[in-house]
Design a protein around this ligand. Structure first.
Ligand SMILES: [Zn+2]
Length: 443
């Protein structure tokens, strides 16, 4: 029997801009995936592993706190990575290593002939060096920078490994478990990029991020970020009047950019997020710079927006130079710098990895749904055509990435996160008597 559920809106803010049909579209899981999940549920070893995961809850929370209290600022994940490497090693994974980029991972071998799945969470946080990362507890909730994002995911990965070890269940395919660096902001997915460059045979990917255990996120919002620097002769506001201004050129560029009309579907957006420039109120500015963020759920739309937007910086300078009749070599010049590149991507919702994740939620008695696109480590494989999903680590959370309000995590029922990942991973890599759902892309 097919499992059905509700297809959530493809993006909450997109829905605000473009009213969508009120009736949600039902999502049905294929018979093969339903059968696989039904079989898994009836296996005594699986039932006992699910009970183990529930009983492992307190261990998982203890590890989540311990990991969260090891600072892991952008580009400085070393300490947490070393600790995570030790934990993965102690859990008996094979070949646990730290690669040249800083990712840590090890493998749990299958019986052979199955696909390889990578299950990970990210080691980095958005919080800079020096941030107080002490975790406090109040009214059943945990507070601390990064306690949810992504100490929740990191501890969920460990709990899943423990359950596999405890149950002794043999998968057909190999499962690689680990933590990646550089997921956040200017980290620019450098960890997951390096992982897939070095492990091109990996067939599927699950990233565990804080979030609920009902949604399956399978679409990737890509982003491209530029810094444009405008430079000119500068001068005194009175004495040198008539020279072009770097701020003037940038203002003209921003006015052009602001007139862009990107498509509503797939959702495509832009913003000039940061501007800087000038030295004094009575000076013609000789320098100015802006940072621009472009995002889209569609790779072609992101490329299209970039093709339109990037030349606008130079056009702003050209306009400014023409307005002031700047002589050759005396005008405003523009330098562009790519400061972020997170690929966009999509995959069919009716694919084994999405359906297996969905069916796993249903199997746990949860009202599964397809979630809105997001920007995580999963972007990279999705863009490359490798099946990947983002699954929630369980519990509830808030104020993630906030520098003003404390990030919090509510551990109530958070064992459901590892339970769902466990079921999904088994369905994808195959258990005794069960063929793996995840296709192998190598011969
Ligand atoms: Zn995260």
């Amino acid at each position: 029997m097919a499992i059905t559920g509700i297809l959530a809106s493809a993006g909450c803010s997109a829905a605000e801009e473009t009213p969508r049909a009120a009736a949600p579209k039902p999502f049905a899981v294929s018979d093969q995936v339903s059968r696989t999940m039904d079989t898994l549920k009836t296996m005594p070893s699986v039932a006992s592993a699910l009970r183990f995961l529930e009983q492992d809850h307190q261990n998982t929370i203890t590890e989540q706190i311990a990991l969260s209290e090891i600072p892991s600022p952008p580009f400085k994940e070393d300490r947490r990575a070393a600790d995570y490497q030790r934990r993965l090693t102690e859990l008996g994974l094979e070949n646990v290593r730290r690669d040249a980029t800083g990712n840590v991972y090890g493998v749990r071998r299958g019986t052979g002939g199955g696909p390889t799945l990578f299950v990970s969470a990210h080691l980095d946080t958005v919080f800079p060096e020096g941030t107080d990362v002490k975790v406090t507890q109040r009214d059943g909730k945990l507070y601390g920078p990064g306690i949810a994002d992504d100490a929740n995911g990191l501890s969920a990965v460990l709990s899943v490994v423990r359950a596999l070890r405890d149950s002794g269940i043999q998968t057909k395919g190999d499962i690689i478990f680990g933590g990646t660096v550089g997921e956040e902001g200017l980290g620019d997915l450098r960890g997951v990029k390096a992982f897939f460059a070095e492990n091109p045979d990996v067939d599927g990917f699950i990233t565990i991020e804080p979030g609920d255990v009902k949604k399956v996120v399978y679409q990737a919002t890509g982003s491209r970020r530029y810094k444009f620097s405008f430079t000119g002769p500068g001068g005194h506001s009175f004495g040198d009047f008539g020279r072009p201004s770097a701020i003037g050129a940038m203002g003209r560029a921003i006015a052009r950019i602001d007139e862009l009309r990107p498509p509503a579907q797939p959702k495509t957006t832009f913003t000039v997020g940061v501007v800087d420039g000038g030295t004094s109120v009575n000076a013609i500015s000789g320098t100015a710079s802006m940072q621009v963020d472009m995002r889209s759920n569609g790779p072609a739309e992101l490329d299209g927006l970039e093709r339109q937007l990037v030349p606008m910086a130079q056009a702003g300078a050209d306009d400014e130079n023409a307005r002031w009749n700047a002589a050759a070599g005396k005008g405003i010049t523009v330098k562009k710098e790519l400061i972020g590149d997170r690929p966009a991507g999509d995959q069919p919702a009716q694919s084994p990895i999405v359906e297996a994740s969905f069916a796993a939620s249903t199997a746990l008695g949860l009202a599964a749904s397809l979630g809105e696109a997001s920007s995580t480590d999963a972007n990279l494989p999705i863009n490359k055509g490798i099946p990947a999903v983002r699954l929630g680590g369980g519990g509830d959370d808030g104020n993630t990435h906030s520098f003003t309000d404390p990030e919090w995590f509510d551990p109530k029922d958070s064992h459901l996160g590892p339970q769902r990942v466990f079921l999904t991973a088994l369905a994808l890599t195959g258990a005794p008597g069960l063929d793996p759902l995840l296709p192998q892309h190598r011969p």
